[in-house]
Write a protein that binds this ligand. Structure first.
Ligand code: 13P
Length: 250
């Protein structure tokens, strides 16, 4: 089974209905008709826009994602959101363990692992984020960092479960900075991550690059052997840029 490719926009904490409407109208209208069928296009929008965007993408090939999820089923978890609440709004994908959540909201590898298991148990596709800090990068600790994150984040998953996970390698120093990892560096780290994953299923798991991917650099990044797509922040808020990136898979 060949793995799918994934182009996922992460809107982060941006947009209200007005902007989302304009953006999605353009994305839907101008989506390349010849986009290969193995490419999943996903928009991961704020919770408050899930229903709104879900209504807009009905009948299109675009899939809906959330940016976080609780590991608990329901109950006294003020401010959290459950898998069933997401599924009700049409969500199929959920970003888990984004570095912004790890760094600013104290998410640990342990909670990330619980969330991934919970997403899979509910037939949601986790987009599992990993990546090194600038300090780790400069010390040459990139591989050691991502190896630890992969080991802990995917701890206890069966091979069957692993094949349903999408991994996103996002060097933290490249996020929102305009500094992109070179295609060769990104390829090397992602090839290493693939080798670190369970050998039997590594070829079936999509691994994305994220960090200042844009309309100009997408083609070079996406043409690397092991880079199966992108997790796109800033550029996913502009229809033209997001579509250029998606179009780079053709
Ligand atoms: P930017 O594309 O804005 O660098 O953000 C990347 C990211 O964090 C996607 O999750």
């Amino acid at each position: 089974m060949k793995r799918n490719r994934v182009i996922a926009g992460n809107w982060k904490m941006n947009m209200t209905q007005e902007g989302a409407k304009a953006l999605m109208q353009d994305v839907i209208k101008w989506m390349p008709k010849n986009l290969p069928s193995d490419v999943d296009v996903v928009v991961c929008v704020p919770f408050t826009l899930l229903n709104f965007v879900n209504d807009m993408i009905k009948g299109t090939r675009i899939k809906l994602g959330a940016q976080n999820m609780s590991w608990a089923e329901k109950g006294a978890f003020t401010g959290e959101i459950s898998a069933s609440q997401l599924i009700e709004t049409g969500v199929s994908h959920v970003i888990i363990g984004h570095s912004e959540r790890r760094e600013m909201f104290n998410e640990t590898c342990e909670t990330v692992n619980k969330k991934i298991k919970y997403a899979l148990a509910n037939n949601l596709t986790p987009i599992f984020c990993i990546g090194e800090s600038l300090e780790q990068f400069e010390k040459g600790e990139t591989n050691a960092t991502v190896a630890r994150q992969v080991k802990d984040g995917l701890n206890g998953l069966t091979e069957d479960e692993l094949t349903k996970v999408v991994v996103a390698y996002e060097p933290i120093w490249a996020i929102g900075t305009g500094k992109t990892a070179s295609p060769q560096d990104a390829q090397n780290t992602i090839a290493f991550i693939r080798a670190e994953l369970l050998k039997n299923v590594a070829e079936q798991m999509p691994i994305l690059y994220g960090g200042s991917m844009n309309a100009e650099n997408a083609k070079d990044l996406l043409s690397q052997n092991d880079i199966d797509g992108g997790l796109i922040g800033g550029a996913s808020l502009k229809a033209h840029d997001f579509l250029c990136i998606a179009g780079s898979t053709i």
